[in-house]
Design a protein around this ligand. Structure first.
Ligand code: PMP
Length: 422
């Protein structure tokens, strides 16, 4: 056929190709069965919901305003005009992309400015920023350990740590949640059989909102010659009087932890991850970690917005105080209403645990009807029998938002005749 002048020729229709059987891909059949079961129950999926604008303490979804507990906006900085201005200024100065690995001409002044500020916030010598929090754990653990080594971690550790272990080829052992004695028993039994041992915990557990006994884990790591790594994804801007994380919360010297890991995507309202610790460690990673060396540098507007968020967090300490008082109020009211909030410390994350995935999905759907956006967390993200609704609190919520939300949850529970969990 002749193409019209100036336009490309129309493509011929391709014959439908049967292709290879994708049902053999890992987990494909289970995934499809679960999706069909949800559709058969007539339930709208609670996943991939589109927010129309900034997802703050309130958010517009499908044109309706919701009280929002499903976003990581702990300090209320996402959408702050000063953070947006910092990103825009960085775009004007540097463009959007770093356009290369930092090692090979992707380095910009804003990278070092961010790293110096993060290191100071953690009380460490140095810091190194990566393009994603998840990728930080994967590539750093992949680099730290090899097949003769051991990764010992809390049973509830984030997926990115397990993925890093898989990449490294190290043996991986999980110990009971927040149980330093269990960790020590494993170390006593396993230490001599392995080269390096990396003990990994979180500063604030993302599904339960509870905290580790950092001083005890640090002492155990020292006693058994293990490196200690703490994932502070949900701690920065959340724990401690000034949001410096679990070390500040527990009054522990940050130097007792070998590797601090954090993310830019939560309190710091950007995207990216980092490692803070001794300069010898970050220098080595800067020159060797594949996810740093062979990946583009953190986008300058993202580095600039994280830096501005950190500056605002320090300049406006009321944000941490308000987040913590909001979380404490939420925890108190949820307990008074008879909900099972597990072991939450009530500092930023509060779960409402129902056990059943179906009941959790139903309660989340009924709450959404009532104007509260909260994510149900279902098996296999949490162990079978511990499905829940997870509430991220924010400095932006008002006490009235929290009272209204608990009332909505109680009404939703009553309408579904879900038994009181406690
Ligand atoms: N660690 C923990 C404990 C997390 O919860 C998350 C993200 N939810 C990450 C790491 C990964 O961070 P990011 O989402 O910024 O990639």
């Amino acid at each position: 056929r002749l193409a019209r002048r100036g336009s490309p020729p129309a493509p011929e229709a391709e014959p439908a190709s049967p292709g290879r059987d994708l049902g053999t891909l890992p987990g494909m059949r289970d995934f499809e069965t679960m999706r069909e079961a949800g559709a058969a129950l007539g339930m709208e999926s609670p996943f991939f919901r589109q927010h129309d604008g900034v997802a703050g303490a309130h958010s517009s979804i499908g044109g309706r305003r919701y009280i929002n507990f499903a976003s990581y906006n702990y300090a209320g900085l996402n959408g702050d005009p000063r953070v947006a201005a910092a990103a825009k200024a960085a775009i004007d100065r540097y463009g959007i992309s770093a356009s290369a690995s930092r090692l090979a001409s992707g380095e910009r002044p804003v990278h070092a400015e961010l790293e110096v500020a993060l290191a100071a916030h953690h009380g460490t010598e140095a810091c190194l920023a990566f393009v994603s929090g998840h990728a930080t754990n994967v590539t750093v653990i992949g680099q730290l350990l090899g097949p003769r080594d051991l990764l010992l971690h809390d049973r509830l550790i984030h997926n990115s740590v397990a993925e890093g272990a898989r990449l490294s080829g190290a043996r991986r052992i999980a110990f009971a949640h927040n149980d330093p004695d269990a960790a020590e028993r494993e170390l006593a039994a396993q230490r001599r059989r392995h080269g390096r041992v990396l003990l990994v915990i979180e500063g604030h557990y993302s599904m339960d909102g509870d905290l580790p006994d950092l001083a005890r884990f640090a002492a155990i790591a020292r006693r058994h010659d293990a490196l200690l790594m703490v994932d502070e994804a949900h701690s920065i801007g959340v724990l401690g009087a000034t949001g410096r994380g679990i070390a500040e919360q527990c009054g522990v010297d940050p130097g007792l932890v070998d590797i601090w890991m954090g993310t830019l995507s939560k309190t710091l309202s950007s995207c990216g991850g980092y490692i803070a610790g001794r300069r010898r460690l970050t220098d080595w990673l800067r020159h060797t970690a594949p996810g740093f060396v062979y990946s583009v540098g953190l986008a300058p507007p993202l580095a600039a917005s994280a830096l501005e968020s950190l500056r605002l967090l320090q300049a406006e300490p009321w944000r941490v105080a308000r987040l913590q008082s909001n979380a404490a109020l939420f925890l108190r009211l949820a307990r008074q209403a008879g909900f099972d909030t597990g072991s939450s410390a009530g500092l930023g994350i509060v779960p409402i645990i129902l056990g059943s995935s179906l009941q959790s999905a139903r309660l989340a759907a009924a709450s959404f009807e009532g104007g509260v956006n909260v994510q149900p967390i279902l098996f296999p993200v949490v162990p079978e029998g511990s499905a829940r609704l997870r509430f991220f609190l924010s400095a932006e919520h008002s006490p009235a938002d929290i009272e209204e939300s608990i009332a909505t949850l109680v009404a939703a529970r009553d309408s579904l005749a879900i038994l009181k969990a406690s």
